[in-house]
Design a protein around this ligand. Sequence first.
Ligand code: FAD
Length: 299
Amino acid sequence: MALLDRIVLSTLPWIPTPVMRRLASRYIAGEELDDALAKLRRLSERGFPGILDVLGEGITSEAEARKVAETYRHAAGEIARAGLDCYVSVKPTHVGLGLSEGLAHELYASIAGRCRELGLFLRVEMEDHPTTDGTLRVFERLRGRFSNVGVVLQARLFRTLADIERLAPGPLEVRMVKGIYLEPKEIAHTEAEPIRGAYVECVRRLCARGARVSLATHDDGMAERCFRVIREAGYARERYELQVLLGVREELWERWKQAGHVVRVYVPYGPEWRAYSQRRLRKNPQLLRHVIRDALRIT
Ligand code: FAD
């Protein structure tokens, strides 16, 4: 880790909450569900469908996990009531994967069931590599019962191409990401260009097996390469979409929308925003550089 990153990271706990809130407000909708729904409504008016995420991960008790699942079921009901084109996205360790695979499966199934009643989709997110096998097992079990559930795959991990082949045949919806967790070089690409190359190859394989693909990225050069792959595969507009993070490269969302792509915006919210943001920045200090650059409006 660069010295400057280390210095800035070590000061994070002392940054006053109002200052942190100002920095985070670009990326996080607020503390309450109503804040997120208001943000999603405004995005929808501008032609951007959404994804709702309740901030949090790594819960340490079953009671907490059950509460998180209830929060998601309630949020799904409110999304449907508001008539928004939006789905929910859930981290495996937020619903107890770190405690038990059975618990995570049960809680995901309860959210998926509620979403199905409401005509909504549910995304199983992907966290760091010790959780990959468990997450994929839970996803495959869900997939056997629910057609409204998709998963995330990370291009950075060497294993991902093989995972695409290993997933059971049948309809599949994958959000392709580079991977936010900095993984060891023995199991993952660590440089930008190999990660991009792996991402495009994963998209190619997903198209070859007929999966619906969500390209979650702000890397426009890499996205162009993916568009070529998608065109060559003969994919129509409803078989892929772009996904972006709230507050990141908005000029790009507009450009992609104007070009005829669906662009869906990821909207996180929750009272745990400060602890969550600090944990994220510690795990991946590159994010800190993005935040500082954005705050100073250096492009
Ligand atoms: P980069 O090369 O990192 O970024 C391209 C450019 O975008 C950068 O130069 C910078 O200008 C800008 N940028 C990118 N990220 C930020 C940021 N946070 N703040 C400010 N500027 C930024 N990862 C997972 O491991 N698991 C998941 O489940 C997951 N879900 C995701 C869902 C969505 C909708 C998105 C968009 C990303 C998700 N990610 C997830 C994160 C992903 O893995 C990458 O870490 C992230 O998208 C940055 O990679 P990039 O492809 O945008 O390329």
